[in-house]
Design a protein around this ligand. Structure first.
Ligand code: PLP
Ligand code: TYF
Length: 390
């Protein structure tokens, strides 16, 4: 059976995690993978999560199956966070707990495939390394357009609009809700307005991936683009993740939301979602989704979580300013959002940084802004500038 299998290159980001872990040179700077790190380079568990886990430990009486929908209250409590209080009340808004944002993406694209096997997905490049395999894995065709010009450190909005103009009704457009991965270049309010007008005009279904809400400008600010789309379009798919903003990466906590337009339609769509989920995980993992639910149920824990989120965001913004102020060529980094930006470096320059300085960033030049300890920022900037000159 297996002798005919050809080896497949693993996700270059996942390979990078392994490479960095294997390097024990002192002074290693690992800005590859997207996990938040403190000024000391640690990724601690949020105190709100620790407290919620304690409550869970004290009160949970069984580990019996929760059922296919997972923790329904969890999904309901997330709705106002993602959609705002008003939109969260709309009829026909499905919310289903998933194993991380990855689970939500997979489920969402497989739903699109079930609804229309000929669905094409508009994807701006560069995008997160896992997007294309997930979309192709669902059996859907990708239509690529240039989203970001790395050399010019700006969004190519004309190319984006040209791609939307050329789209067919029923095409799905994958959009990063905030904190674009890998570029950090988010659409501004005017650009979001044009995107939603175009989606509504052309019958394009927005599919918003929102994995970093609260790590850009704030919980509500980061969801403005998404909420505008939900106002403007009849059907919207949202893949959400709590893994970053609650810092529960390995527990795999996410949610798929679908705006269907009516309760009646939602029932049918939901039956398909359940059927697809059944073939993959049947029931989503519980632990940290329950912890997130406990946090959102409690005013005190919710406030504590929001404070911790503010702190994480504050550190990201400070680091962006520090890196940007090191050289005019890096000034653009202060205007970008979230954990990632891209250095205008070639793969060869990135490799040289790895070999000469034990600095680990993705081949594309993507680096995790908050991956480095405070004391490493100057050394990081100097090495990058040296690589740019070399
Ligand atoms: N979408 C983007 C853009 C991401 O960067 C990530 C990162 O992991 C995800 C989705 C998936 O998140 P999760 O770890 O919750 O599966
Ligand atoms: O982009 C990142 O670094 C994170 C982590 O297949 C990640 O989103 C990377 C690759 C992958 C899953 C998660």
């Amino acid at each position: 059976l297996f002798t005919g299998l050809e080896p497949i290159q693993t996700d270059s980001l996942l390979r990078l995690i392994q490479l960095a872990a294997e390097d024990d040179r002192p002074g290693k700077i690992d800005v590859g993978v997207g996990v938040y790190r403190t000024s000391n380079g640690a990724t601690p568990i949020l105190s709100a999560i620790k407290k919620a886990e304690k409550i869970l430990w004290e009160t949970q009486e069984t580990k019996a199956y929760l059922g296919m929908s997972g923790d329904k209250k969890y999904a309901e409590l997330l709705k106002p966070i993602v959609f705002g209080d008003d939109l969260a009340q709309m009829d026909g808004l499905i919310g289903l707990q998933t194993p991380g944002g990855c689970g939500a993406l997979t489920l969402g694209f497989m739903l699109a495939k079930a609804a229309n096997p000929a669905t094409r997905v508009l994807v701006g490049t560069p995008t997160w390394a896992n997007h294309p395999p997930v979309i192709r894995g669902a059996g859907l065709e990708i239509v690529e357009y240039d989203y970001y010009l790395k050399g010019e450190t700006r969004i190519d909005f004309d190319a984006m609009m040209a791609a939307f103009d050329a789209a067919r009704p029923g095409d799905v457009a994958l959009l990063h809700g905030c904190c674009h991965n890998p570029t950090g270049a988010d659409l501004d309010a005017g650009q979001w307005a044009k995107v939603r007008a175009k989606c509504a005009e052309k019958g394009i279904i927005p599919f918003v991936d929102i994995a970093y809400q609260g790590l850009g400008d704030g919980i509500d600010e980061d969801a403005e683009g998404l909420r505008g789309l939900v106002h403007a379009c009849d059907e919207v798919i949202v893949a959400q993740s709590c893994d970053k903003n609650f810092g529960v990466y390995r527990d795999r906590v996410g949610c798929l939301f679908v705006k269907t337009g009516s309760e009646e339609r939602a029932k049918v769509v939901n039956s398909h979602i359940m059927q697809i989920a059944r073939t993959m995980w049947s029931m989503p993992p519980d632990h940290s989704a329950a912890a997130v639910r406990i946090i959102l149920e409690s005013d005190e824990l919710r406030a504590e979580w929001l404070d911790e989120l503010d702190m994480m965001r504050g550190r990201i913004v400070d680091l962006r300013k520090r890196i940007a102020s090191s050289d005019p060529r890096l000034a653009y980094i202060a205007d970008q959002k979230g954990m990632f930006s891209m250095m205008p470096l070639s793969p060869e320059q990135v490799e040289k940084l790895r070999i000469d300085h034990a600095i680990y960033m993705a081949d594309s030049g993507r680096f995790n802004v908050c991956g480095m300890a405070d004391e490493d920022v100057d050394r990081f900037c100097n090495a990058v500038l040296e690589a740019m000159d070399g």
